[in-house]
Design a protein around this ligand. Structure first.
Ligand code: 5GP
Length: 192
């Protein structure tokens, strides 16, 4: 029987390029990954698909799921709620899939408390100036939200110490390759 899959947490400040890096390795068959689709109360952005990028829900639906113990972790981020549906994560891990959570720092803290052997990876930008450029480049949000995300990013960077690995996103392909190597190593250790 195959072993239970790994739980992998990927965090990093808003705009650091988590999505771009993720796309580079998420479909690598050797990594046997499954992306956990979070629940959020945030508004759907253009191009996002309900059930693929997020499960977009109302605040009431989110609160109900949380009260019913359906979330592995949850957090408020810039005025919206985000959470990881636990049932799906467990189902996939039991199938032997390595489940990938792309979540912020408070959520990671909760995951670490519940799953101490989770593989946690934090992505940092080459500089804070570069991060600001990337956040502004996205250009989908009003200035006050941009400011909030920047302030939040500085705060999040302070939490890097709670992660097992830190990877710099200077080059997305290189960062993805480094993450691939880290995951493979953990997969080998999980098989031993
Ligand atoms: P965005 O609104 O840009 O999609 O996401 C904002 C932040 O919420 C990002 O840092 C993202 O990693 C985080 N996030 C997404 N889903 C979850 C989740 O299920 N739980 C937690 N704690 N954070 C999440």
């Amino acid at each position: 029987m195959s072993k239970k899959g790994l739980l992998i947490v990927l965090s990093g400040p808003s705009g650091v390029g988590k999505g771009t890096i993720l796309k580079e390795f998420v479909n690598d068959p050797d990594l046997k990954l499954a992306y956990s689709v979070s629940m959020t109360t945030r508004k759907q952005r253009p191009g996002e698909v309900d059930g693929v990028n997020y499960h977009f829900v109302t605040k009431e639906e989110f609160e109900r799921a949380k009260a019913n113990g359906e979330l592995l972790e949850s957090a408020e981020f810039v005025g919206n709620y985000y959470g990881t549906p636990v049932k799906e994560v467990e189902r996939l891990r039991k199938e032997g899939k390595n489940v990938l959570l792309e979540i912020e720092v408070q959520g990671c803290k909760q995951v670490r408390a519940k799953v101490p052997d989770a593989l946690t990876i934090f992505i940092v930008p080459p500089s804070m100036e570069e991060l600001e450029k990337r956040i502004r480049g996205r250009n989908t949000e009003p200035e006050e939200i941009v400011q909030e995300r920047l302030a939040k990013a500085s705060k999040e960077m302070e939490m890097v110490g709670q992660y097992k690995y830190v990877v710099c996103n200077d080059d997305a392909k290189l960062a993805a390759n480094i993450i691939r190597v880290i995951i493979k190593r953990f997969m080998d250790a999980n098989e031993e």
